[in-house]
Design a protein around this ligand. Structure first.
Ligand SMILES: *Cc1c(COP(=O)(O)O)cnc(C)c1O
Length: 386
């Protein structure tokens, strides 16, 4: 099908939930993609931080195909080697004690919120069900995670929301005011969707000890920041904290739908049989993909990510029209003189895919992007931003 044919069907039959760019991406290699008309693009978006190793990565494909040739699904009624291996890998790499597998970021967070409520209920009884999130956060589109998303624009039409979820400013005074009756605080180490804003380190560390003191579960939403994106396996490592629960998704399986909820010591035994579940969660093909991703995110590769992101950031800081460069590693926010959405549209026309996050540009390149691909993308950005 050519682009017009694809668009026509989508316009006619798709639920009208997406305002899409006028492009259908069909193939590629690494961070170089092609659309249905054969036009070439450099990819600074990685499918919103999902395609960690770009597209068409040989080793990743072999892992996926290898599992497809065995069994594609068996259900959580039975044990599965890919699940068991991935659980061990995630725990050994992070210090987490146990893992639950989901299919998306929202579901990973949903699991974390339920676990936090149960942790508190089992220990203290009722009256401690409050979940505290931060203003400008994003935690997903299910009703519970949407309630926790601290941005009013997402809340139109959908009330009533889940009771006892509040959002506060990212400072200790605001958290303290709400802590009575709370079972959990949830943070993104870098607020991605709302503009790539890194949380203040002192705040995050103070929050960690305050949560420990109050026996409140600290949930770190690493759906976007996790899996090597910031140059560490998980971004909480930049802050020197140990969370009680970490959720992740997006890049974890390198392009297949997958999420994980990691339980650290405090919440290790919180969930028991029947408390939570998922038909597809822990799907063996997705697990095989995630094993490939996590086992390849070695210290060496993470250092490479840091080096490449330093290079890209240094060039961006020197680019005319760039007011500020935010974020960590390959999670880059750009405050620009020109309107971000217009810049993104103009980049697209010139063969560069970038993302936006509110008023900023957001760059989430594949971790394996080459220097040539970065330079090619940079030269487009330069032209468009000046
Ligand atoms: C994308 C995102 C989510 C939601 O993930 P889905 O897979 O779309 O459900 C949740 N939290 C953060 C921080 C995200 O970036």
């Amino acid at each position: 099908m050519n682009f017009d044919e694809i668009k026509q069907l989508d316009d006619l039959y798709g639920a009208e939930t997406f305002s899409r760019y006028p492009v259908a991406l069909v193939s590629g290699k690494g961070a170089t993609l092609k659309d249905s008309e054969g036009k070439r693009y450099i990819d600074f978006g990685a499918g919103i931080g999902v395609n960690i190793f770009g597209v068409n990565d040989e080793e990743w494909k072999q892992a996926v195909i290898g599992q497809l040739n065995r069994i594609q699904h068996a259900s959580n009624l039975y044990y599965a080697e890919p699940q068991a291996r991935l659980m061990e890998l995630l725990c050994k790499r992070t210090g987490a004690k146990r893992v639950f597998f989901a299919n998306s970021g929202a579901e990973a967070n949903e699991c974390a919120f339920k676990a936090a409520r149960k942790y508190s209920f089992s220990k203290y009884g009722g009256g401690r069900s409050k979940i505290i999130s931060l203003n400008q956060s994003f935690h997903g589109r299910t009703l519970f995670t949407l309630t926790a998303t601290g941005q009013d624009s997402f809340h139109r039409y959908f009330d009533p929301f889940v009771p006892n979820v509040v959002s506060v400013d990212a400072n200790m005074e605001s958290v303290r005011k709400e802590i009575n009756g709370a079972c959990a605080v949830v943070i993104e180490p870098i607020q991605g969707e709302s503009g790539v804003t890194v949380l203040n380190k002192e705040f995050v560390r103070a929050l960690e000890s305050f949560c420990r003191e109050k026996d409140v579960v600290l949930i770190v939403d690493e759906v976007q920041t996790g899996n090597g994106r910031t140059g560490k396996l998980y971004a909480y490592e930049h802050f020197g904290i140990t969370p009680d629960i970490v959720t992740t998704a997006k890049g974890i399986a390198g392009g297949l739908p997958f999420g994980a909820c990691l339980f650290f010591e405090k919440t290790e035994h919180t969930l028991s049989a029947g408390d939570h579940g998922s038909t597809f969660g822990g799907n063996p093909v997705c697990c095989a993909a995630a094993i490939n991703v996590i086992s390849r995110l070695t210290e060496e590769l993470l250092l490479e990510v840091q080096g490449k992101s330093d290079y890209l950031r240094a060039k961006l800081r020197l680019t005319d029209g760039v007011k500020a460069v935010t974020g960590l590693g390959f999670m880059i926010g750009l405050e620009t003189e020109k309107n971000a959405k217009e810049v993104a549209n103009e980049c697209l026309k010139r063969g560069l895919l970038v993302l936006t996050a509110h008023e900023r540009l957001r760059l989430l390149p594949p971790l394996t992007i080459t220097k040539n691909e970065m330079d090619e993308g940079l030269s487009v950005l330069k032209e468009v931003l000046k």
